[in-house]
Ligand binder design. Structure first.
Ligand SMILES: [Zn+2]
Ligand SMILES: [Zn+2]
Length: 153
């Protein structure tokens, strides 16, 4: 059931309460959290449990988007629904973006590959088979297959 009072990191509580007063007549309460595992979305809301999580990675990259993300998640909390027609209508009325702009960093680069022909190196997030696009002029040639030359850990 909904939480008794709003809690969480002070910087999030501050934004929450400001928006709560401005848009929701101070009617909302939530447990606010930073998520360090949330990498491809800006935030989420579990309206059953009254929990709003914001991506640490995303907002480290886009600190000016905290308010927009919070308002978006608060709308989920207030309406207790996902992105259906009614949500979209309410979001448009409040000027709430439906989608976060940009994306948080994906997984870090872990591997360095190099072309055995020209020596050009590229960083990759996963292991795989690629050929040098420069030497092969965009086509795959086994002789230009990139070799794993370094692990970045
Ligand atoms: Zn949403
Ligand atoms: Zn090459």
């Amino acid at each position: 059931m909904p939480v008794e009072r709003t809690s969480g990191p002070s910087e999030l509580v501050q934004v929450f309460e400001k928006l709560n007063a401005r848009y929701f007549n101070n009617s909302l309460k939530a447990t606010l959290e930073w998520s360090s595992r949330m990498l491809v979305i800006a935030g989420n809301c579990n309206w059953e449990r009254g929990v709003i999580r914001l991506s640490k990675a995303y907002h480290t990259e886009y600190p000016d988007k905290i308010e927009a993300t919070m308002l978006h998640e608060m709308l989920h909390l207030a309406l207790k629904r996902g992105h259906d027609a009614r949500f979209r209508e309410a979001a448009a009325a409040l000027g709430v973006p439906l989608r976060a702009k940009g994306r948080a960093q994906h997984r870090p680069y872990l591997y360095v590959y190099a072309c055995p022909n020209c020596g050009r190196s590229v960083r990759r997030r996963r292991k795989g088979v690629w050929a040098c696009g420069t030497c092969g002029k965009g086509r795959y040639y086994e002789k230009y297959r990139l070799r794993l030359v370094q692990y970045l850990t």
